[in-house]
Design a protein around this ligand. Structure first.
Ligand code: ADP
Ligand code: MG
Length: 510
């Protein structure tokens, strides 16, 4: 007898339909065959499924049985289909009629005892089940994250036995209630605040502008200047995401299996800071069934690359295209996988190997060649990707000794939020959501300059030998500076400030 169970596979961050067909009672040798699963996981599936069936009091097929996971061209993770296959076997071998099975999308990994284990992608599966107007049957952990999606009936099961009883109508559990994303993590919010950062007015301002418009920012300065300190406080001044933005980011976490593991599903933009030893695949995404990398986990938020010159050059270079496109594309024989990365990059580095070039209080021991070698770890085109580049001097002694608290994160955040509102209105009908990602057409429309600022920009272009990309970036940053002041027109002072933020284009020499 043939049984068909609806399930899903993850393709990138989206779920696609998979039909699990189980046919038992075929003529021929006694054999259990699974087709459509190219994963090495296939062999392990047999063992888990048979053991779970036996330990749950069911029989394993005594006739030839074929399992087909269709369509076969989609690459699948073996463990997702343990539960649908086991259920298919129970029904197709006539052990129990699962009359409600057709109403559900089902996925889950089985333990040898018949216990059901969590899988990644629960959120995407819920979105897909909603689209298909089906109910969803998932392991308990996965159901918790699926329950963030409204408008779909989700049921959680702990064991194979429970699933059989439920689908055959012997028990009638209530659906998992829909839940909203919590506003704070379980152990309270971070308490890092900008009021602790003394002096460094230029850096504080540059970071505010960067966060307000979503601009990539590169900080270069001696050790102990407060670069890492400031970067770690960025989450405290970011505007909250919209619900759709947040759901989009959480879909990526879910596809990476992190939502369950990290318990980090609270309503905030992501801030990721991978160590510089990270691999290209870790940063961009990879694997035989591709999984999102750090740049996508920071989607709609910030990726902080501390000590950026220490990252492998090839790893950094591979970020260039995704930064431009706002998505990572990974090609596999089974097709292209896309992961969004509308991500703001924050980079921090020392100016030279010893760290003290340009520091008035320390003697720099590096030769010219040392400095050149160090700087060449980041290519010109990569530096060009940073809209805001800023030299950070050492903290002044007077500032460090001051007992005064600087402006708090809350005050900065209120200005950032105002600028975010202006951008939300501006880009209402656009795919892009912030100034940093304005298209060429949008730059023409929203960054028109009057004579005086235009003259200044043209002069700066010539004198500083800026690239065409730098020209656009100056316009985008000028737009954000004007927005922070609530000004509709970009003025000369706005453009002048934005030009200041191209310090590395000119070579950082002081
Ligand atoms: N502007 C500052 N105000 C207050 N403390 C600072 C400042 N800059 C640095 N510090 C202190 O020095 C420590 C090291 O700073 P850090 O941000 O790690 O420097 P960097 O990343 O530039 O090398 C910080 O943890 C903080 O205690
Ligand atoms: Mg640091």
């Amino acid at each position: 007898m043939l049984s068909i169970v609806h399930s899903c596979a993850l393709k990138g961050v989206d779920a696609v339909d998979i039909a699990v067909e189980v046919n038992s009672g075929e003529r021929g040798d006694l054999k259990f065959v699974i087709v459509g699963l190219p994963d090495a996981a296939i062999k392990e599936s047999y063992d888990r499924i048979f053991s779970a069936l036996l330990n749950s009091g069911y029989q394993i097929p005594s006739t030839r049985t074929t399992v087909n996971l269709a369509p076969s061209y989609i690459r699948k993770e073996g463990s997702f289909y343990d539960l649908p296959i086991a259920l298919g076997v129970v029904q197709s071998t006539g052990q129990c009629l699962l009359s409600h099975m057709g109403e559900f999308v089902i996925a889950g990994e089985l333990g040898l005892s018949g216990k059901i284990r969590g899988i990644k992608g629960g959120l995407a599966f819920a979105l897909q089940a909603k689209k298909e107007s089906k109910k969803l049957l998932l392991p308990v952990e996965s159901a918790k994250e699926a329950a963030f999606v409204d408008g779909v009936e989700i049921f959680a099961v702990g064991t194979l036995n429970e699933a059989v009883k439920f689908l055959s109508g012997q028990i009638n559990p209530s659906p998992v209630p829909h839940q909203n994303f919590p506003l704070e993590p379980k152990n309270g919010k971070h308490h890092l605040d900008f009021s602790e950062v003394k002096g460094q007015h230029v850096l504080r301002r540059a970071v505010e502008v960067a966060v307000a418009g979503g601009h990539n920012i590169l900080m270069m300065g001696p050790p102990g200047a407060g670069k890492s300190m400031v970067a770690k406080r960025i989450p405290s001044i970011m505007s909250p995401p919209t619900f759709d933005e947040f759901l989009d980011t959480m879909r990526i976490y879910s596809a990476a299996g992190l939502l369950i593991a990290e318990g980090r599903a609270y309503f905030e933009r992501p801030f990721r800071s991978p160590h510089h030893t990270i691999s290209g695949a870790g940063l961009l995404g990879g694997g035989s069934v591709p999984c999102p990398g750090e740049i996508s986990l920071a989607h709609n938020g910030v990726l902080f690359l501390d000590e950026i010159a220490e990252f492998r050059r090839t790893t950094l270079e591979s970020l260039r295209q995704p930064l431009e496109d706002g998505e990572v594309t990974i090609s596999r024989s089974s097709g292209k996988f896309k992961f969004p990365c509308n991500t703001m990059i924050v980079g921090a580095m020392n100016p030279c190997p010893c760290g003290y070039l340009g520091d008035k209080n320390h003697h720099c021991k590096c030769s010219f060649a040392d400095v050149q070698r160090y700087r060449s770890k980041i290519s010109g085109p990569m530096i060009d990707r940073f809209d805001i580049q800023i030299g950070v001097p050492a903290v002044r002694i007077e500032d460090m000794q001051s007992k005064m608290f600087a402006e708090s994160s809350a005050e900065i955040k209120s200005r950032v939020e105002e600028a975010a509102k202006i951008q939300e209105k501006r880009f209402k009908s656009s795919k892009n959501k912030n100034n940093a990602r304005m298209s060429q057409r949008e730059i023409t429309e929203f960054c028109e300059l009057t004579r005086e600022p235009l003259d200044i920009l043209e002069r700066a272009m010539k004198q500083l030998a800026l690239s065409a990309r730098a020209y656009d970036k100056i316009l985008r940053v000028s737009r954000t500076i004007a927005d922070l002041e609530g000004e509709e027109k970009i003025s000369t002072t706005h453009v002048l400030e934005a030009i200041q933020y191209r310090s590395l284009d000119r070579g950082y020499s002081d």
